[in-house]
Design a protein around this ligand. Structure first.
Ligand code: NAD
Length: 485
């Protein structure tokens, strides 16, 4: 087993002593025991990293290299990473409790796939194009946005670093990555892999830390763009700070997605899919389908099927292949989710399954919990719970279902379950969310992903994701431009 303790921070491509002796202890959510520790980056470290990034961007070779040359470095990183995906997945499971079945596929392999997919997108990307303008030839150049501060949460840590760091690097940016304090070890291991790729000095830093570290990075005048994934509350604050400084910002935030089950849906198939779509990663997924909308006619059948599925879930050691639901990331999350279960009961919803008692003596586990007879005004229907808790809501007719689905501050994802796909598309067109699924919900990481409303600004993945890391430069000329080579 590799070492889970780090003494240094990765600043501008070198392992440097941290500015202070502050440490982050990583506690296993399963055993509640310490599994490793890293330095905590503080303001002085952020200053050094941004200074190095600034120098790399303003005067270094990286943004002046060709796109192909930068892509070669990313290809090399993908090769190094590919040799370690299972080990990386298991490390993430140890850090934050993602069940092995999910972490192997959704965490590390997903992260690796993104490197290859972004490389493929970059090959087709119009870095420089010519158009006919009002006065003759015009050149549109996509220039790197500059120094990027990339801030990510703990729930899918590697999977969230990649759609920021990889397109930013290919575009020619320098990047300061700030992982969450719950998952600093996987991020510093990624830094070790980056070291093997031998990027020019200053191009990447990895600085684990909490709120203050992130805040300092966001406010730093040397940062040109902030790319953030996390809660809507933090995102709103970051957007305000960036707004003041006219700093570019993209935000991937929370969700409270509705699965609309129409009367013609195959209930068994629907519930089998919802097992993952609603409960993946122990329910700690921004896109989780947590509001289940059903008509009165099908209500009892759906609740019975959901209840049977959820009571069959194996809750336990996330390192066990057979585990469906592992522990939540931290005790505060366990208490928060149990608080929501209490709120559901207090507000008058009917609990079909689950409860506030912890299902295991040790570890930050929460029982898979199913509510019905809820209204969309209740907290369990409005707020992001981020745990294995589902809420069934009854609609009177299809218009009502669409109204309820849209009656949310969030607009990240959603789904419709129906035998009539053409009708499913008509429903999708009436829903205000950035992604939508018909008889499935999962991410297609080749396509634009992001939120409407409070779920974010901007898109990740695909050409749109790459566009977040470039500025458009328009050049006109009095005389004919030479052809592009
Ligand atoms: P959070 O907002 O508390 O923290 C996210 C990151 O921001 C962490 O690294 C944290 O240290 C940092 N941070 C906190 N305060 C900051 C500040 N003032 N300035 C700069 N950085 C700061 O989120 P969380 O609760 O850890 O993560 C879960 C949230 O992330 C959920 O709301 C979830 O829906 C969302 N999420 C969204 C997506 C998406 O793609 N839309 C994906 C995964 C998770």
């Amino acid at each position: 087993m590799r070492s889970l303790t780090y003494e240094r921070l990765f600043i501008g491509g070198r392992w440097e002593a941290p500015a202070t002796g502050q440490r982050i202890a990583v506690i296993s959510p399963h055993t509640e025991e310490r599994i490793g520790e890293t330095p905590e980056a503080t303001a002085g470290d952020v200053d050094r990293a941004v200074q190095a990034a600034r120098k790399a961007f303003d005067a270094g070779p990286w943004p002046r290299m060709t796109v192909d040359e930068r892509m070669e470095k990313v290809e090399k990183l993908a090769t190094v990473y590919a040799a370690h995906t299972d080990e990386m997945a298991d490390l993430i499971t140890a850090e934050m409790g993602s069940p092995r079945s999910f972490s192997r596929l959704g965490q590390a392999t997903g992260a690796l796939a993104q490197m290859h997919l972004t490389l493929a997108t970059a090959k087709e990307f119009p870095w420089i194009e010519r158009r006919r303008g009002l006065f003759g030839d015009v050149q549109i150049r996509r220039a790197p946005v500059g120094v990027v501060g990339a801030i990510v949460p703990w729930n899918v840590p590697q999977f969230l670093i990649m759609p920021k760091m990889i397109p930013a690097l290919i575009a020619g940016c320098a990047v300061v990555v700030k992982p969450a304090p719950e998952t600093p070890i996987d991020a510093l291991w990624l830094a070790e892999m980056l070291e093997e790729v031998d990027l020019p000095e200053g191009v990447v830093s990895v600085l684990p830390g909490g709120r203050d570290t992130g805040e300092h990075l966001v406010r730093h005048p040397g940062v040109d763009k902030v790319s953030f994934t996390g809660s809507s509350a933090t995102g709103r604050h970051i957007a305000a700070v960036c707004g003041e400084q006219l700093k570019r910002v993209s935000l991937e935030l929370g969700g409270k997605s509705a699965a609309i089950i129409l009367d013609d849906a195959d209930i068994d198939r629907t519930v089998e899919h919802l097992k993952t779509a609603s409960l993946m990663n122990n329910g700690q997924a921004c896109v989780a389908q947590t509001r289940i909308l059903v008509s009165e006619r099908r209500h009892d059948d759906v609740v019975d099927a959901l209840s049977a599925m959820m009571s069959g879930l194996q809750v336990g050691d996330p390192a066990d292949d057979a585990t469906d639901i592992g522990p939540l990331v931290a005790q505060r999350q366990q208490q928060r989710v149990q608080g929501y279960i209490d709120a559901g009961l207090t507000e008058g919803a009917r609990m079909v399954l689950g409860g506030t008692d912890s299902p295991r003596e040790r570890g930050w586990y929460v029982q898979p919990t199913l509510f019905t007879d809820a209204t969309n005004e209740m907290r369990i229907a409005r707020e992001e719970i981020f745990g294995p808790v589902l809420t069934v809501l009854t609609y009177s007719d299809e218009r009502d279902a669409i109204r309820i689905a849209n009656d949310s501050d969030y607009g990240l994802a959603g789904s419709v379950w129906t035998a009539d796909i053409a009708h499913g598309l008509e429903i999708a067109a009436q829903i205000r969310t950035g992604t939508y699924g018909i008889n499935m919900y999962t991410l297609d990481t080749t396509m634009p992903f992001g939120g409407f409303k409070q779920s974010g600004i901007g898109r990740e993945f695909g050409a749109e994701g790459l566009s977040e890391y470039v500025e458009l430069q328009t050049t006109i000329s009095a005389d004919k431009m030479p052809d592009l080579t």
